[in-house]
Design a protein around this ligand. Sequence first.
Ligand code: NAP
Length: 227
Amino acid sequence: VRVAVLGTGDVGRCLAAELAEVGHEVVVGTREVEVTRARPAGEHASFDDWSDAHPGVGLATYAEAAAGADLVVNAAAGVVSLEVVAAIDPADLDGVVLLDVSNPLDFSAGFPPTLTVANDDSLAEQLQRACPGARVVKSLNTVSHTVMVDPSRLAGPHEVFVAGDDADAKQVVTDVLVGFGWSPDAVVDLGPLRAARGAEMYLPLWLSLMQALGTTEFNLHVVRGES
Ligand SMILES: NC(=O)c1ccc[n+]([C@@H]2O[C@H](COP(=O)([O-])OP(=O)(O)OC[C@H]3O[C@@H](n4cnc5c(N)ncnc54)[C@H](OP(=O)(O)O)[C@@H]3O)[C@@H](O)[C@H]2O)c1
C-alpha cells in the first residue's frame, strides 16, 4: 500500500516510520521540501537527521505525497489541516482513505488551548466536506504518538476509537491499527464520522490528565457492565 503521511512533526514521523517498518511505501508530506530539510534541530531532531535514520521514507510536498497514495494520513496541526488538504488535487483523493489523527487545538492564546470546532461539528467532518471524494476515518487522536504505534507501552487493556461513514475505510484503518499492535478487541468502532466530535472534545480532558499525571503516556480503558 502507498501511504502519504501529511505532517513532519512527532506524529507524522512516528506514523511514517512505523508504516514503513510494517512494509508500506511511505512518503511524508510537507509545505516546502527544501525548507523542511534545512530546518535545524529544535524541540526534536532535524528532519534531515530523522530522514537519514529512515532512508526508505520519502519527503515531498503535500500534493506530491498524496498523488497515487491509497491511504492518506492527516498528521498536520489542527488549525492548518484544511489548508493542507486544500493543497492536494481533489482527483488524487477520490476513493482514498483519509485517516485523520489531528486535533482541532488552537494554541494562539497559550495553554491550555481551545477547540476550534465542537458540539455540532468536528475537524474530521470539516475535512470530509472539504474532500468529498475521500473516505475520512477519525482515529488515534486520543493517544500520544508513542502509544499510537506501540500500544504495549501501557500495561493492561486500553482502547482506541475509529469513526467514519465508510465501513470498508474503517476496516482499512483497523488493519493499520492491528499492524501497529492494537488488538482487534481494543479498536472500538464509534459509528459514523459525527462521532469524531466526542473523540475531539475529549482533548481538554486529555490535557488535564496529562498535567495531573505528569506524562503523555496514558490511555482510557472502557469497563463494560455485565448486562
Ligand atoms: N503529539 C501527539 O502525541 C499527538 C497525539 C494525538 C494527536 N495529535 C495531533 O496530530 C497532529 C500533528 O501533531 P504534531 O505534534 O506531530 O505536529 P504539529 O506541530 O501539530 O504539526 C506539524 C505539521 O503542521 C504543518 N504546518 C504548520 N503550519 C502550517 C501551515 N501554515 N500550512 C501548512 N502546514 C502547516 C507543518 O508543516 P511543515 O512540515 O511544512 O513544517 C508540519 O508538517 C496535530 O493535529 C495534533 O493535535 C498529536
